[in-house]
Design a binder for this molecule. Structure first.
Ligand code: AMP
Length: 562
């Protein structure tokens, strides 16, 4: 693997920019990706924020840069923030080439974007909705596109952009080079790659910290007869992409799967009674993410070849600690953080120590979300959805309806509130499952008291979907009172006046401290300084690298906030 930028044979203007930025050597994704992209083949990069993925595609694009009439490279990004960040990086890396880069995204007036396009742009970075709008308005022409990058492709699909992305790809020349970057490779991404890419070459980068601590282990103490209720509450709060629940017997897998379906959680059981065809059908649905929850016995799960499971649940603690290790090893693969959750009845508590002894890791005791937590979380989700739609701004007919209501004498605030009320109508059908207090725990807190800030409250500044957190960011860890959610607030010595943005902070901290970007919490940018919440167990790591963080050429430091 290349360890030196000079061996990548990039043009002088780029080498100059790289030197000025102080990069000493390429990151693994860069040394894997840059030579491949320079050959012109299609590529898939499995890498997340903080790995240096932006330069991995930006440098080859800029290396091939030649002034032409219409844009020659197009980068699709899921959010406005990422689009801006990528555009900034392109400008920074391409500053000695006088390359013209434009970021386009929803929620902004069209005028300035259209004017820039008329004047001439070399590289366009944008969110799929706005890009399509500009294509339809015949101001963005893609006939000269040589390279298309899909950045954070999994996020784009999660945000429902698949059709928009396909439409854009179909508009670009067939002989283009396509580069797809994604932190995860679910079936939907692989399908997209199959349809739109020619024999793509893959470069995967795993973070070293992830391999060591890729699985966040937790347990919840709950009375045996309320385990299904506990599961239902956790399913509301947890960002579950796909879950594997282990139950003890065939009968239990079926009962549990049925019970979950009744509660609106599509689940299927997989056990020894299923014939090969039925088993394959269920697994096929699970792999393609049509089915998110599988309930299995240990025997039936044997040989399951699925590496994209976000959550493993132990409905009971297995008798053998080694079985526990085997089960949880099904998550945290493919470079993704996995979560292993055990529902522990008071009787099973002692055996948990055996598991901890065998794994030499502590399994965190957490408290189940209270009814209040869930109510808040439901609200936060509605707000999050609203934000996404406000960002997209694609609701022409709805605006007409609002106008009709205003013309009919209604107040805008009341119209908005009534619309939210309607959208929350289905919550009545989902009563919050009851949980009884576990009696034998002396220090156990009252389940109904207190509340954790609902998810979606963090990272407002990103305006993007909440991501799972490996450090248990959503729920109270017993004993951590001063910093709810296990986060510590750090102060950054740069603010608005220095043009620092949330993504600069996330990117630099993730990169230098080698922690996954999505565990970084809320960021607040003030005039001269900023604040960032960091999971407790990552704080030392983040402070240790304080001398290395930069925005452009300028350094910024991070210290504990008072
Ligand atoms: P990214 O994963 O593209 O978001 O990059 C994360 C951070 O790493 C950004 O702040 C980049 O400026 C920085 N970076 C990218 N490549 C290098 C490199 N080769 N050496 C040092 N820093 C880098």
């Amino acid at each position: 693997m290349t360890t030196d930028f000079s061996s990548l044979n990039l043009r002088d203007e780029l080498m100059q920019a790289i030197t000025e930025l102080g990069y000493s050597e390429p990151t693994p994704i860069q040394s894997g990706m840059i030579p491949l992209m320079l050959t012109g083949v299609d590529v898939v990069g499995q890498a997340q924020t903080g790995t240096g993925k932006t330069a991995a595609f930006a440098l080859p694009i800029l290396h091939n840069f030649q002034r032409q009439k219409n844009p020659q490279a197009l980068v699709l990004a899921p959010t406005r923030e990422l689009a801006l960040q990528v555009a900034d990086s392109m400008i920074e890396y391409g500053k000695h080439l006088s390359v013209r880069v434009l970021a386009v995204y929803g929620g902004q007036p069209y005028g300035p974007q259209i004017n820039s396009l008329h004047r001439g742009v070399d590289i366009v970075v944008g969110t799929p909705g706005r890009l399509n709008d500009l294509i339809e308005r015949k101001v963005l022409f893609l006939n000269g596109i040589k390279t298309v990058v899909l950045d954070e492709a999994d996020e784009m699909l999660n945000m429902g952009f698949v059709e928009e992305v396909e439409k854009i790809l179909a508009t670009t020349p067939a002989e283009r080079q396509t580069a797809l970057f994604s932190a995860t490779m679910p079936a939907r991404i692989r399908k997209l790659a199959e349809r739109f890419m020619r024999d793509p070459q893959t470069v995967a980068v795993k973070r070293s910290t992830l391999t060591a601590a890729a699985i966040e282990q937790r347990y919840y103490l709950v009375n045996e007869n309320h385990k299904t209720n506990a599961l239902t509450r956790l399913f509301e709060i947890e960002p579950i992409h796909s879950a594997l629940i282990f139950a003890r017997t065939r009968a239990e897998t079926s009962t549990l799967a049925n019970e979950l379906v009744i509660r609106g959680i599509p689940a299927e059981a997989i056990h020894g009674d299923l014939d090969q065809n039925a088993r394959e059908r269920v697994l096929g649905r699970f792999r393609s993410n049509q089915l998110k929850v599988l309930v299995a016995t240990d025997v039936a799960a044997r040989g399951l070849d699925i590496d994209d499971i976000s959550h493993v649940f132990n409905y009971h603690l297995p008798d053998d600690a080694e079985v526990y290790v085997h089960r949880i090893g099904r998550t945290g693969r493919a470079g993704k953080t996995g979560i292993a959750i055990t529902l522990l009845s008071p009787k099973e508590k002692r055996r948990m120590r055996e598991v901890e002894a065998l794994t030499k890791q502590q399994v965190n005791k957490m408290e189940l979300p209270t009814a209040e937590d869930i109510a808040k979380h439901r609200e936060a989700q509605v707000v999050e959805k609203l934000r996404i739609w406000l960002g997209r701004g694609r609701y022409k007919r709805e605006l007409e309806i609002v106008q009709e209501l205003i013309d009919g004498g209604h107040d805008v605030m009341n119209i908005a509130a009534a619309a939210i009320k309607i959208s929350r109508g289905d919550e009545k059908q989902r009563p919050i499952a009851e949980i009884s207090e576990v009696k034998d725990e002396r220090r156990e807190r009252d389940f109904s008291r207190g509340g954790t800030p609902a998810r979606g409250a963090r990272r407002e500044s990103f305006g993007r979907k909440e991501m799972p957190g490996r450090f248990g960011d959503k729920q109270r860890v017993k004993g951590s009172r001063t910093h709810e959610e296990g986060m510590v607030r750090l102060k950054v010595n740069k603010g608005k006046t220095h043009n620092i943005r949330p993504n600069d902070i996330v990117g630099q901290i993730a990169f230098h401290a080698n922690i996954p970007g999505h565990v970084i919490g809320k960021i607040r940018i003030e005039e001269k300084i900023s604040f960032v919440d960091i999971p407790e167990d990552a704080v030392d790591q983040v402070l240790k690298h304080s001398g290395n963080y930069r925005i452009g050429k300028e350094k910024f430091s991070v210290v504990k906030a008072q």
